[in-house]
Write a protein that binds this ligand. Sequence first.
Ligand SMILES: C[S@@+](CC[C@H](N)C(=O)[O-])C[C@H]1O[C@@H](n2cnc3c(N)ncnc32)[C@H](O)[C@@H]1O
Length: 289
Amino acid sequence: MQTANTNTVWSSYIHTPSLLAKHRELRFRDENADALKKLLAIEDGRSIIEVGCGPGTLCHKLQQWYPTTSVSGFDIDEGFIEYAQNSYAGVHYFAADANLINTQQRYDYTISHTIFEYMSPDCFFRANNELLKDDGVMIIISNVQSINHDEELRTPPIPLLQAYYDTVKDLKSVHSHVVDRQNYQERDIITSLDRYGFEPIGIHYYANEIIPCNETPEKRAVIMDMYKEIQHSMFVTSIRKYGKIDQERYTQILAEIDSYYDEYSKQLDSKWPLHIDLLRIVKAKKKCT
Ligand SMILES: C[S@@+](CC[C@H](N)C(=O)[O-])C[C@H]1O[C@@H](n2cnc3c(N)ncnc32)[C@H](O)[C@@H]1O
């Protein structure tokens, strides 16, 4: 199997590994396991590989939910793979580019979560085809729609931070300059499946409440940490891209971000954020060759 070139585009510019892992811990939390397992319908005791596993959280959950299944995951981004290897035991993580994947080892299942929309269909389906046994099952999970009422957490009214962002001309491009996200319709996927050698099994939707009310103090802390880290990550990414900020101001802005979220935590009950994602789960069988 060929490994990727040194590459940390996603983990350096889009989401830090720990931030993405926090979000995925909430999305794939154990309270959702029964509902998700029903839709995934994976048979325990088989082999499964995640294409573009990022920080490795979904693989880790699958390993826990299907204890006799052998779980592997790969990603082109070595920053994510290093994080996954250091954070989760019992899963085989490795760095590789899906465009180049070429292996003798075949799996009963491939799974992917929010990666299909960032890759060319040719590359995505070729990699899944390459990795699956004949009759193996491909599972594609995408986030197709979000409902967010968490503006004060996503765009906090911190004057110094806002003043900095006002100096950044094209803020939107900060996070989108390295990725190009496609929004595929259901019909596009169905047509592609046949073209790339897959037979549809079914498509399901799952409304995933990322932040349910009345969480335990530990989970509340994770939620607030996640929002705090989103701000840190956006700010630091902007600095990386646009540079030019003096050290004192930099430190002061980071401290203000921290204190904003610490204060917010104290009022969380009355300002509980809503964040629901609609996940689409596509399942298809590889046609025998
Ligand atoms: C939105 S992230 C999702 C990560 C992970 N599936 C998760 O949900 O936490 C997209 C991922 O696709 C990976 N990726 C993009 N192109 C890839 C390629 N050619 N081969 C392997 N991974 C790739 C990125 O490095 C990134 O980790």
